[in-house]
Structure formats: structure tokens, C-alpha cells
Design a protein around this ligand. Structure first.
Ligand SMILES: [Zn+2]
Length: 381
């Protein structure tokens, strides 16, 4: 199969003209005038497939709900919105609910996946967080960093946890990190850590930060906190929720200037109401009111988002962020957090044939191609 007549993001994320050939799910050639069965990409921009590291739910389904099919249904919904791969995320729920969700994620991963985004493994957001910065996570289910508990989750997940979160200022965090980093990537999340504590945690092997600015101390010029520590540490990656609600567009512009191009990862952190009408939903065991693209608890606390990566890309373009930075932040950077940047995340011979093809007019979706198969297409192509 050959993607013809389009423009694509090269390895340095500059836009170039050319054709892309792939076979058996792998990119086999990039060049001019390639022959073969073709998909006409005239008027389109071909991006590497979008990867969302942090998704709780979407399209009316939630990782933690009782529906055994919910993760499959999420995978289908995400593919319809240009996402080729994702990590389903758990919450700070009762112990048995976390175990059930992890088992469901693994069972769904093991099914033959057609028509949907690929499931890369679980994102363990709770329970090792700080009550002080819990956001909408349930306080009664918060636990101190505990490696034997992590091992229980790890076994339930069939060894599929890819990112585990913790608040590094909590007792036992250093020892937890020393062991757990051998199993998955570790991330600072829902943490009251100050600048020094965050810098120290990065020395323990924590390399990622969950939704920067949200669930942590505010950046202050005399107390820069986790945010300042990320800006000062080039090898740390950080998630940004780019719905324009969780972070003001002005702060997003500042963040994209201060973070190195390798550091920024756009995520949705979406809950089940993404793509659904306004109304009342359940998320993380709590009632959430969704109105005008905002999801909140009854006390006004933000409760996840109702966005998706494609919409965030469109937002960031509108906010004035350079396109190459935006696309890198939804492709290669998230792949590198999982240690998979050698096999996915950019358009390069030998990498997976995962593409999110956008129409240049309006940056709407033309095709989602996952592992060489078209899993979604715009109705107008
Ligand atoms: Zn989350």
C-alpha cells in the first residue's frame, strides 16, 4: 500500500512532500513516485499515528466501569478520532476495582484487535498519591507507595502496566521507586512535592510527570515546585492537557517555550463523557456534571476532560503553538515515555505503519491507519 500525493512529517517533524509505502504493518519505503495500490492523500498532511498515554474513558465508556467490553469500545471510539494507540488509565478506586480494571485491560489487549486503536498497557494513576493534591481522586482509597501492593497490581495486569504514578514526598516513595522502575515508567502525579523534592525524585529514576500544572503546587517565582523542576531537567517528559480549560492558552504557550521539544506529551485525561452530550456521568466512583465541555464534581473540582488528541491538536494550532512541536507531542514523545520510540512515533522506514492523516483544510481527520490497516476514515473522502 502507498500513501500518494500527500505531505508528511519527516523524522525532524518538518513537512515534506513524498510517498510512503508500507507492507505487513511496517513502513518499507519513503520516496517520490512510488508504485502500488494507493490511498490518495491529496490535500492531506500525513502524521505518525497519535498516541494518548492517559485515557480513563470516552464515548460513554470507562476503563473502570462494569462493562467487560468497555476498553474495546474505547479503542473503537479513539480510532474514529485519529488515535492509533493508547494507555487505558485507572483511578484511585477501591483495591478490588483497580484489580478488576487491570485484568480487563489485559484481557482486552489479548483479544485480536481490529477496527480500534492499539492498547499499549495500563496507566496506574492511583492509589499512591497525596491526599493534599487529590483533585477528584477518592481520598479514602489513597495509599502510601507500597511495592508489594504494586506487585499485586502488576500480576493482575498480566505484566501490562506501562506507567505507574506516585507522590514522591510520601513516606516510602524512594524505596518504591527503586524497585518499581524495573517494571514500568514512573510518573509524579497528584503530588505536593516542592522543587527540591521533585529534583531528587528525578534522581531516583522517575522520568515522567502526569498532567503538568494540574494536581500539584502552582508555579511560584520563589517556590517553583514540580513545574520548575521539569523545566530544569531536560530528560524528564511531562503531560499537558490541552483542552484550553485545564491550562490557560497563555500558559500553554509559555510551557511549549520552556519545555524542550522532546519533553512535551499532549494527553487527553478524558473520562467517559468525551464525545457525549452534556449531562451527569459517573467517573472514579463519583458523580460528575458535564456542561459546555467541562467536567466537574458538584464542588466545582475539575474531573478529567472531555477532549481527545485530535481536538487538542486543533486547539494548539489555534493557540499559536508551532505545528512540528504539536505533532511531535502526540507521537514520538509519548512513544519515548514507553521506551518504544525505536518502533513507533515517527515516519521512518522499519517503524510501524501507524498514521493519522489530516485534511490540511481545518485539520480534520481523513484516515486513521493502525498497523497498516485503515481503522477509520472521514465520510467526505
Ligand atoms: Zn487521569
Amino acid at each position: 500500500m502507498v500513501l500518494k500525493n500527500g505531505e508528511f512529517f519527516a523524522e525532524d517533524f518538518s513537512i515534506v512532500k513524498g510517498d510512503i509505502e508500507f507492507q505487513n504493518g511496517i513502513i518499507t519505503n519513503i520516496g517520490k513516485s512510488l508504485e502500488g495500490e494507493q490511498i490518495d492523500c491529496s490535500g492531506c498532511l500525513i502524521a505518525p499515528g497519535f498516541i494518548d498515554l492517559h485515557v480513563h474513558g470516552c464515548g460513554g465508556y470507562d476503563v473502570c466501569d462494569k462493562d467487560s467490553q468497555s476498553v474495546t469500545k474505547m479503542a473503537h471510539w479513539l480510532a474514529q478520532h485519529g488515535i492509533v494507540a493508547f494507555c487505558p488509565a485507572t483511578m484511585t478506586m477501591p483495591h478490588s476495582s483497580i484489580l478488576n480494571a487491570l485484568q480487563k485491560i489485559k484481557k482486552t489487549m489479548d483479544l485480536p484487535q481490529k477496527e480500534g486503536a492499539q492498547i499499549l498497557g495500563a496507566y496506574l494513576e492511583g492509589p499512591f498519591i497525596s491526599a493534599e493534591k487529590k483533585g477528584m481522586q477518592q481520598e479514602e482509597n489513597i495509599k502510601r507507595p507500597n511495592f508489594s501492593l504494586f506487585r499485586e497490581y502488576w500480576e493482575s495486569s498480566g505484566h501490562s502496566i506501562r506507567i505507574a504514578c506516585l507522590a514522591p514526598e510520601e513516606p516510602g516513595a524512594e524505596q518504591f521507586a527503586a524497585f518499581a522502575q524495573n517494571f514500568c515508567s514512573l510518573s509524579i502525579a497528584h503530588s505536593a512535592a516542592d522543587y527540591e523534592e521533585a529534583k531528587e525524585a528525578f534522581l531516583w529514576g522517575i522520568h515522567h510527570v502526569t498532567h503538568l500544572f494540574n494536581g500539584m503546587n502552582e508555579f511560584h517565582h520563589r517556590a517553583p515546585g514540580v513545574v520548575g523542576a521539569v523545566w530544569d531537567t531536560p530528560n524528564i517528559t511531562a503531560e499537558l492537557i490541552c483542552d484550553g480549560i485545564h491550562i490557560h492558552p497563555s500558559v500553554l504557550r509559555a510551557a511549549f517555550r520552556l519545555l524542550r521539544k522532546e519533553q512535551s506529551c499532549v494527553i487527553s485525561d478524558s473520562m467517559c463523557a468525551a464525545g457525549m452530550p452534556d449531562g451527569t456521568y459517573e467517573f472514579g466512583g463519583q458523580k460528575v456534571i458535564v456542561k459546555e465541555h467541562k467536567a466537574v464534581l458538584s464542588d466545582g473540582t475539575l474531573a478529567g476532560s472531555v477532549t481527545n488528541l485530535l481536538e487538542e491538536v486543533q486547539n494548539l494550532i489555534r493557540f499559536g503553538i508551532p505545528l512540528s512541536r504539536i505533532i511531535r507531542s502526540v507521537t514520538l514523545n509519548p512513544a519515548s515515555v514507553l521506551g518504544e520510540d525505536q518502533k513507533r512515533g515517527s515516519i521512518q522506514i522499519g517503524k510501524r505503519a501507524d498514521f493519522t492523516i489530516l485534511k490540511k483544510a481545518g485539520f480534520s481527520l481523513a484516515y486513521t491507519i493502525c498497523n497498516g490497516e485503515i481503522v477509520a476514515r472521514s465520510f467526505h473522502i
